[in-house]
Design a binder for this molecule. Structure first.
Ligand code: ADP
Ligand code: MG
Length: 209
């Protein structure tokens, strides 16, 4: 089972990775956007982590809802509302859960991916964060109770890489269209970090019991 404590650790780990990769995300967004993606996300997740102790959440749903609210108010840009929606959808899917099974978590990821798609109106292949969210959620749902975190991470990394060869159809990068080919999508990369942090957290806790 996935615990409330692990979900908190996921947020701390995400902030740590984003902090470490902030300059890289800035470079990626400078190439095909406006260069603020790393800064936006680090600002948001710093606040998320700061709020963990201030707002002690009784269950996973409440925790993820608080995360969503913080991201919605602090991140800004295109990615703030999209990440905010993703966490809001996950929070609803995991409402009042103190623990979640892999299947329940997989369904929450699927809700998040659908939420991003509904809000951003992108299709898979448009070179956005959805290019990672959607296949990862699909894989998680397909594996269900046999969910392999290693497979999930592999899937996330592979699909992040696919954004390099695509023309951008949504967001700021869409102004570049074909000229965005050859560059990774910053939101796909940050989504990959979110899943790296998740898998790192869950496999570490599993290993130590
Ligand atoms: P902004 O583009 O407003 O500066 P950010 O730099 O924070 O916002 O985020 C850019 C990322 O947001 C992109 O790399 C892309 O992954 C994602 N994005 C932008 N528009 C959409 C959309 N319509 N649907 C899904 N993701 C999107
Ligand atoms: Mg930007």
């Amino acid at each position: 089972m996935i615990t409330l404590k692990q979900m908190e650790t996921w947020m701390i780990e995400t902030h740590r990775i984003l902090q470490e990769k902030k300059d890289y995300l800035t470079q990626l967004d400078q190439a095909i956007g406006d260069g603020d993606h790393g800064i936006n996300l680090v600002r948001g997740f710093k606040e998320v982590v700061g709020n963990l102790s201030a707002q002690s959440s009784p269950d996973i749903g409440t925790l993820l809802r608080n995360v969503a609210m913080t991201l919605l108010s602090k991140v800004g840009g295109a990615s703030g509302p999209l990440y905010g929606t993703a966490f809001l959808k996950m929070s609803t899917a995991l409402k009042e859960k103190v623990e979640a099974s892999p299947e329940e978590f997989a369904r929450a990821l699927a809700e998040a991916a659908d939420g991003i798609q509904m809000r951003g109106k992108a299709q898979v292949g448009d070179k956005t964060m959805l290019d990672v969210w959607k296949p990862v959620a699909d894989l998680a749902v397909k594996q269900g109770s046999r969910l392999s975190w290693k497979d999930l991470l592999e899937c996330s990394r592979q699909h992040m890489e696919t954004t390099r060869d695509r023309a951008a159809k949504k967001g700021r990068a869409a102004y570049l269209g074909e000229r965005a080919v050859g560059h990774l999508d910053p939101g796909a990369v940050s989504t990959c970090y979110l899943f790296e942090a998740l898998v790192k957290t869950l496999t570490r806790e599993e290993a130590t019991g």
